[in-house]
Design a protein around this ligand. Sequence first.
Ligand SMILES: Nc1ncnc2c1ncn2[C@@H]1O[C@H](COP(=O)(O)OP(=O)(O)OP(=O)(O)O)[C@@H](O)[C@H]1O
Length: 330
Amino acid sequence: MIELKHLGKTYETSSGSVTALRDIDLTIQDGEIFGVIGLSGAGKSTLVRCINLLERPTQGEVWIDGQELTRLPQKQLLAMRRNIGMIFQGFNLLEQRTVLSNVAFPLMLAGEKKDKAQARAAELLGLVGLSDKARSYPSQLSGGQKQRVAIARALSTSPKYLLCDEATSALDPNTTRAILELLRQINRDLGVTIIIITHEMKVIDQICDRVAVIDHSSIAEEGKVSDVFTNPQSQIARELILPQDISAAQTSGGAQLRIIFSGESAKQPVLSQLTLECQVPVNILFADTKEVEGKAYGQMLLELPCDENQAEKVRTWLRSSGIQWKEESK
Ligand SMILES: Nc1ncnc2c1ncn2[C@@H]1O[C@H](COP(=O)(O)OP(=O)(O)OP(=O)(O)O)[C@@H](O)[C@H]1O
């Protein structure tokens, strides 16, 4: 289990102090895929780098499996770090070494003999689907393949935790999906706890169990992905989750209603049922639904006719339908 307690980080620069993290309290349970999302500069990278002390916090504590990292002597800290793999947006592979050698490298640094390290590396390349690239060099690989090598390398010391810092941000959507699927498989099959830092909601959406939303150095909101998605509490979560154009629009039509789909109701053909039964035309101003944990979630912004009788018919229908909705102020 990872516990961050009152974690803070202030950088001292020539132009003054920059507070990157302020009073962060987070608990990440074993076996979870935990996401941290925020806008650029919110403090995400600093947060993830504080977990393995690549960056030393200036306040607070980092507890991993009952040990407080900031107080560990260097030797024990290095041993603990072997338990925490990390992958980055830029892959950080050694260009002069083959793929196999890149993956074997951390094990050799840890004192493993070359043949054993290479055998383990070959096994891991099989796991990430790159056995045929063992003798290639990083420059001969695609971005997705490079990230697979980085994942294999991060797993070489059999870590219990894997930190992913914007690991898919440089990849196209299909490659992103494939890499996230691989991470999910690693979580499921190897039991590795995964912490994902991203600015993209779709990454959280695809694989995370829980998410923390970070804004201006602090945690704005934290919870199950499905809860935060359907009912974001903080302004920043709303901005990240709901696309900009879903806020009530200035239109010349009637009242605007926001329909919130959660799980089962999203599958129903709500709109066609509504228009058929009410015999009232409604405008869809915006619609967006997503799959989270195998269920569909989303929102739809509807514009009702100006005729108040017709509008009330729709409201009455919605009240009796059990569908979650609310009136928007324009
Ligand atoms: N080494 C550093 N020295 C000084 N300030 C830093 C340093 N690293 C980060 N910062 C500052 O700390 C704040 C948080 O940066 P951080 O990189 O953690 O944010 P981020 O959410 O990961 O952003 P991005 O998504 O753009 O990488 C920013 O204001 C940044 O300028």
